[in-house]
Design a protein around this ligand. Sequence first.
Ligand code: DUC
Ligand code: ZN
Ligand code: ZN
Length: 471
Amino acid sequence: MRTLITNGTIVTADGSYPADVLVDGETIALIGRDLAASGVTADETIDATGRYIMPGGIDVHTHMELPFGGTYAKDTFESGSRAAAFGATTTIVDFAVQPKGGTLRSGLDTWMAKAEGNTVIDYGFHMIVSDVNDASLAEMDRLVAEGVPDFKLFTAYPGVFLSDDGAIFRAMQQTEKNGGLIMMHAENGLAIDIVANQYAEAGKTDPYYHGVVRYPVFEGEATNRVIRLAEAAGVPVYIVHLSSRDALEQVKAARDRGSKAFAETCPQYLFLSLDDMGNGFEGAKFVCSPPLRPADHQEDLWTGLVKDDLQLVATDHCPFDFHGQKDLGRGDFRKIPNGLPAVEDRVNLLHDGGVVGGRFSRERWVEIVSTAPAKMFGMYPKKGAIAVGSDADIAIWDPDREVTISQSLMHHGSDYTPYEGIKVKGWPVSTMVRGAFVVRDGQLTGKPGGGAYVPREKSPLAKPAGKSAWE
Ligand code: DUC
Ligand code: ZN
Ligand code: ZN
């Protein structure tokens, strides 16, 4: 099948220009002006006048079907990947979880089975390491070789995901040797639990207090700690879902001293704030971790994106129904399942807040939502590029369409969107994955199982420093 996309403006991280794109099979075969006039033929021609032709979005932080807080994240790989496709995203990288006491392999197999045959767009996996021991350290090396080259550990969630500093450091040393990347959820979970329990015992049990007790300084402290440990191990480190000025200052300082420290933020920290968590139990719709911050943190995060102290935006997509799941925590904010949906709105929110809002160029927008994630996580230039030979993962984007985000427009699994009522300019028209439309003119055309597993290379950006500066 050959598809010719004509009359659009190609927008990449490197620049924008009017050109046609010929897709042949699964890849981009040709890029040029007036291809039809120079004799190029196709089975189908798509007129993209007034639209951008951009690499499909890559969301490197999702949690489809994650068991959490006594329930499961509401999106399956089918519903979540469908929502992603409607949001111009063509690849997700989800997190497989090592079961406590089990192997990394069994966790990866479990998540592979959830995704296989069900996913509409392409997908890969990071690995959450729950138990650091001799066996799991050896397994890490094998996973890197197999296309799962990054490992997430937590300084939060005592008794569930938390690893102590010794375990984190061992995993970092191993990863320095195998060339992978360490991903960290950096909040001081032990200190948070002390404050959370004090608030709950004082009768302060509304969802709002979830946002209060997880102080920004607890994120700043843990961010500094894991970056310092990574420096000691000589390994690159990537901070997930960075939410606060306090944590950003630590990443900036580390990068200024030449550390291989990287970070993502998420749409919820750019568009929502602690103010949204008021209004009684309605605030449960906004409970995630790290929590939403006071609104004055937002502009610092935008600046971090402008200056590349934050390299990209992923979602931490982990939706729960308000009715039936979030209300497990009615009367006790500690029991509200943590997480929000965003996979469908990441690209449009970033276009609106970034490009329309005048903070950065459309090229930087494409970099933040597609090219930087592809590079950071070993998929470039197969993904994240409009280039000859790259996978034909293409979003056709209408930069002028104005939409008010509403649950009635959403395709995700949860029964609400935290972005209800937010007006955005710029909306996806069609989404193509490896040459086949999965969404076309706003209609689903992809099928479960159409998405392919993407084994990934080691991150080229995160080449290990080689040895600890302290050796
Ligand atoms: N944070 C969330 O909000 N949900 C899932 C896991 C996490 O770290
Ligand atoms: Zn996390
Ligand atoms: Zn997460």
